[in-house]
Design a protein around this ligand. Sequence first.
Ligand code: V47
Length: 366
Amino acid sequence: MNNIVSRVRAKIENGQRISDDDALQLFESDDLFGIGQLAADINRQKNGDKVLFNVNRHINYTNVCVNQCRFCAFCKEGIDPEGYTYNLSEILERAAEATAAGATELHMVGGLHPELPFEFYLRMMATIRANNPNLKIKAFTAVEIDYFSQISKRPVEEVISELKRLGLDSTPGGGAEILDAEVRNQICPEKISGERWLEVTEKIHDGGLKSNATMLFGHVEGYADRVDHMAKLRALQDKTGGFQSFIPLAFQPDNTRIPNAKGPGGIDCLKTLAISRIYLDNFQHIKAYWIMLGLKIAQVALAFGVNDLDGTVVEEKIGHDAGADSPQELAKDEILRQIRNAGKIPVERDTLYQQVRVYDDVEDDA
Ligand code: V47
């Protein structure tokens, strides 16, 4: 049994966890279909034929950021004329639109603004919650939570409990990038370390909130860095069980400051999604974020171990400022069509992965 896919399959069928070296060999293998089939089999055992999505709206409340990560085309310095910050009524207007459109989730992240006080975010949370009691709020990456702790001079635990008390339901998985220090030094030297990202995320989980985990891939990192990244996430998940989904983010190179990086090709995207399904045995959900992957690869990913297509999104700036050629918004009907055409059953979920509605019948779409 020389083929790495057969060896990994045998391990998994024997109830063994695959090693970092196994994962590295999968990355180095050209057997895309073998890897994809194994990932699809594992996913079918875990999640059947159901593919999840949600009706959500992104709000990127500011692009002004004290960190100037080199992979990021969204961030602007305070003096830049392209810098913007939504005021509270602009944020509430978007939240009201989301509620009116039947969204169940707001996804809110932004830059680390040099002047906004922590109280701004507390007020934002409280007023969104008061005006949209049925909307779940997924907001603030571990990087932002750490920053709020710095600017408020309050411990991270207190920042989390205050935000939670006022309405925060979960946190998104951004800011993880690649956790390795050398890679971080090249792509985001000002950002908190990978260790700190893991530490803050552990506190988020300990504080009673679920989060996601992302991995930005296809820039300067090697396969070993991706495996190391996933190994750290798998270890933390063993400890806390607080991650809901893993989201590999395909790097978009336009307007960034990573010389010669072109972003991953379609094969690399599919392989990475599939290997994450195989390696991350303690993650229930692997998400194909169609904004970064493009809709066609995201749909094909449903045959490569993925069980979550993210949401309707509506307004997206981080990927599109960096050249993403996906649409900004997908109507719910279009998401249903994509999932059905992949031979799967669409299931609308909420932020906490509670089932909202199963679309197991075409007649049922009204
Ligand atoms: O942390 C920034 C990434 C992330 C680029 O948790 C880029 O449900 C590609 O985390 N090319 C923010 N990616 C987005 C994010 C996210 C998205 C969807 C769902 C969830 C979730 C989380 O976007 C950043 C960074 O890793 N990013 N610049 C770029 N040029």
